[in-house]
Design a protein around this ligand. Structure first.
Ligand SMILES: C[S@@+](CC[C@H](N)C(=O)[O-])C[C@H]1O[C@@H](n2cnc3c(N)ncnc32)[C@H](O)[C@@H]1O
Length: 157
C-alpha cells in the first residue's frame, strides 16, 4: 500500500494507519495475490477489467510485460470519476506511483464483450467493478468473458 500510494505516506508517515480505506487494501491484495500465484514476471500479460485509473494498474506495469487496463472510459455513471476519458489519451496524468509507461496499454472496452482472443492473458482481475456491470446477468457474462481470455495453463481467477 505504501509503494502504491506514496502521496498518502507523505501526508501521514504512518500510512496506512489512520487513513484506512478498503480500496487501498484491495489494490495491494491483487498484487500480492498475483505474485503468490506466480503470475507476475517479465513475460506476463495481465488484464484489468473496469480498471479506471486505479493504482494497481500502474504498480503492475512495473512487474509484467504488458498491463492492459480496460473500462468504458468516457461513458456510464463513473465517466466524471474513475472512468474519465482522459485516461485514454494521457494515462500519465492519473499516475500517482512509480510505473512503466511503456508497458501500460489503456483501451476502451465493455467487460461484457472483451475484444481479445481466448486464453490471451496470464491473469485477469477486476476490482470494485463487477457489481456495476449490470446485475447478476452482467456479472455472470463478465466473469465468463474474463475466464475465456485467461490462460488455463497458468492462472485462472
Ligand atoms: C467503482 S469504479 C472502480 C474503478 C477501479 N477499478 C477502481 O478501483 O478505482 C467501477 C468501474 O466500473 C466501470 N464499468 C461499469 N460498467 C462497465 C462495463 N460494462 N465494462 C467495463 N467497465 C465498466 C466503470 O466505468 C468504473 O470505472
Amino acid at each position: 500500500m505504501r509503494r502504491q500510494l506514496p502521496y498518502l505516506v507523505e501526508k501521514d508517515p504512518r500510512f496506512p494507519e489512520n487513513l484506512e480505506h478498503r480500496k487501498h487494501w484491495e489494490y495491494a491484495q491483487v498484487v500480492v495475490g498475483l505474485e503468490q500465484l506466480g503470475a507476475l514476471h517479465q513475460d506476463a500479460l495481465v488484464l484489468g477489467v473496469g480498471a479506471g485509473h486505479e493504482e494497481a494498474i500502474y504498480d503492475l506495469s512495473t512487474r509484467v510485460r504488458w498491463l492492459f487496463a480496460t473500462d468504458i472510459y468516457g461513458s456510464g455513471y463513473f465517466r466524471a470519476g474513475e472512468a474519465d476519458a482522459r485516461m485514454l489519451l494521457d494515462p500519465d496524468h492519473f499516475a500517482r506511483c512509480p510505473y512503466n509507461r511503456n508497458r501500460l496499454v489503456v483501451e476502451n472496452m465493455d467487460a461484457l464483450d472483451l475484444r481479445f482472443e481466448d486464453r490471451t492473458f496470464d491473469a485477469v482481475y477486476s476490482l470494485s467493478s463487477i457489481e456495476h456491470f449490470g446485475g447478476l446477468a452482467g456479472a455472470t457474462r463478465a466473469l465468463d468473458e474474463m475466464a475465456r481470455v485467461a490462460s488455463s495453463r497458468q492462472c485462472r481467477l
